[in-house]
Design a protein around this ligand. Sequence first.
Ligand code: FES
Length: 259
Amino acid sequence: MSQIDVPLVRGGFGQTQRADNWWFQPLVVFLGLSTFIVYSTWAALQGNHFTYGPYLSPFYSPILFGPEHQAWFGVSPTWIPAWVTGAMLILWAPGGFRFTCYYYRGAYYKSFWADPPSCTVGEPRKTYLGERTFPLIIQNIHRYFLYLALIFLVILARDVWDALWFNGHFGIGVGTLVLLANLVLLSSYTFGCHSLRHIVGGFRDRLAGAPVRKRAYDCVSCLNRRHMLFAWCSLFTVGFSDLYIRMCSMGIWTDWRIL
Ligand code: FES
């Protein structure tokens, strides 16, 4: 395909006529995403302290192999190296969902790749290829990560249910509420996905005459308008859920029982 000349580059990298602090938002995004990536990578490499009582960290859910009684496929087969943790086996799915998210793409293209650093700010290259060529055309896989993310929501809902049962007795702990808040925010993020919006009605020329589809489209659109907010809130709660359970498991924090 032909390359497109970018007029902004003639102004030079970082040059702009904007008078506001345009660099502030990309900087906050860079720091926020970097913090999450560093913590989640560290937590995924640990392979321990991911359960406490009835709680299971979302980084390690579902447990595919292991001694835990919830393990889907029993003990780990010998062909999986000992250093491979449960989180490593599953995190590629929710990680891929976020990495290919339309919102995050716009955010990290600016903050990590300076492509461009911000709207109407000069970027450090001469051409613009968009997402229609390799490798960024792979971002179109987002729809398929959405299908996996929807399955993960069901699994996390089951984890919230399990977090209501302490040694067979119904109860609510702070950890239960943490996992519930994470589920609600992750659902708000996932059900506001641009790809889901397209699937439930975006590809039709007319929604008139399809009331159920119209209702679904409106619901997704409503969440979609706050997609950035839910992206960040759910990123925080998924990381905090792991941290909370890890701290309780290590005996550093106390899980207070409410009921
Ligand atoms: Fe953000 Fe799909 S566009 S989750």
